[in-house]
Design a protein around this ligand. Sequence first.
Ligand code: FPP
Length: 240
Amino acid sequence: MELIPEKLPQHIAIIMDGNGRWAKKRGLPRKAGHKAGADALQTVTEGAMELGIKHLTVYAFSTENWKRSDEEVEGIMDLLRKYLKENIKTAKARNVKVNIIGEKSRLAEDIQQQIAKLEEITKDKTGLQLHIALNYGGRDELVRAMRKMAQAVKEGTLQVEDIQEDMVQQYLDTKDVPDPELLIRTSGEERISNFLLWQLAYSEFSFSPKLWPDYTVNDLKEAIYAYQNRDRRFGGRNSQ
Ligand code: FPP
């Protein structure tokens, strides 16, 4: 399986699904599934970097995930604390720039501080840009963007006629990041689940039956290989 370097997607988005089922199959608590999911995220991040992918956006916690049991939410938040701490410790030796998307203000204060720290110490890294979606929802992102635009119109710094596609993009959490060419979702589910609603307009989708903790760098390569052998049409817009 040879990948074509000139046709590598610049941006891959991943819905990391199936942690709960992975744990259940092994008779383990759901938290163990999320822990294995966080490990898979580290491996896939390294793999994406080695392959030369520029942007990776992963769905770690959605605006809907707060509805899960307190125990599960706390479990994921604890894992997130560990993940942030670990990545702050290893940041120096890696060339990964981390950026969090989503509504951060609902996250615990200590988590927000760790996020700010990790973003700050990785801000000049030139390798992979890892965008982690936390308390993220595509509709919520669009509502926040609309509010910012309405406010700017009210203040007279934005004219209604100037609201165009390119400029809406500047109000999104993914400001200045190219749209993902490829979306991967694991665990056999084939839904978008409120992820990157604006940005996925022309993306190719890759659905894997594997549960997220079992997803490997080789699976990622296969998804890229399949993507490279598809014909992207953009509904009449210019193909790349
Ligand atoms: C979906 O599996 C996964 C999540 C809701 C959380 C994703 C979290 C991680 C991969 C690990 C934590 C991430 C960080 C950055 C620390 P599910 O629980 O919906 O699985 P199921 O559909 O089998 O129940």
